[in-house]
Design a protein around this ligand. Structure first.
Ligand SMILES: [Zn+2]
Length: 182
């Protein structure tokens, strides 16, 4: 029987960017947007605050874009400071590369294994599903989900008792499956 585990975001990830006012390099998106209109051209930014000094930084969503080519529904969500929209935009690789930022997901996600019942079985098949593209180490995830130490997980991999199509010692940010035999 295949068990499903879920990697779920619990809050917005931090934005990695050097602060111009202090030594910090982490900004916390507060789910707020700023939209500027210049004649028929619009600029829109997602705002984030420095975690140390509170300085505001702006992530460009679009710039000098004609008002007619912006979906009215998108503008409405920006004017409402829609938090789900902030999450969507941060997960958009195009937005991140346009702004030259990466995300720090530490402490911004949790693993939901749906209980520990399946862990008693001799063979455990698990599909790990990602609700957002959160980079995690499968070995760490499996250790947490199975209640094992990282050392025990490493030993199970070496002994061929823990197998997967992905490299378990690397990092993944998308769905994968693994089998654990004891
Ligand atoms: Zn700062």
């Amino acid at each position: 029987m295949l068990n499903n585990w879920f990697v779920m975001p619990t809050c917005l990830p931090l934005v990695i960017r050097r602060c111009h006012s202090c030594a910090s390099d982490r900004f916390r998106p507060n789910g707020k947007f700023r939209v500027n209109a210049n004649h028929k051209l619009l600029d829109a930014w997602l705002l984030a605050l420095c975690t140390a000094c509170g300085e505001t930084t702006k992530l460009t969503v679009f710039e000098r874009t004609h008002v007619r080519s912006v979906r009215p529904e998108l503008l409405d969500r920006m004017h409402d400071n829609n938090p789900a929209l902030a999450a969507e935009l941060l997960q958009d690789a195009a937005v991140r590369s346009r702004n030259h930022v990466a995300l720090d997901w530490d402490g911004a996600w949790r693993l939901d294994t749906g209980g520990t019942e399946h862990l008693d079985r001799e063979v455990i098949d698990v599909a790990v599903r990602f609700a957002a593209r959160i980079p995690v180490r499968p070995a760490r995830l499996i250790a947490e989900g199975c209640g094992l130490s990282r050392g025990e997980v490493g030993r199970l991999i070496t002994e061929g008792k823990l197998v997967s199509a992905v490299r378990l010692s690397g990092k993944v940010s998308g769905d994968f499956t693994f089998t654990l035999k004891r």
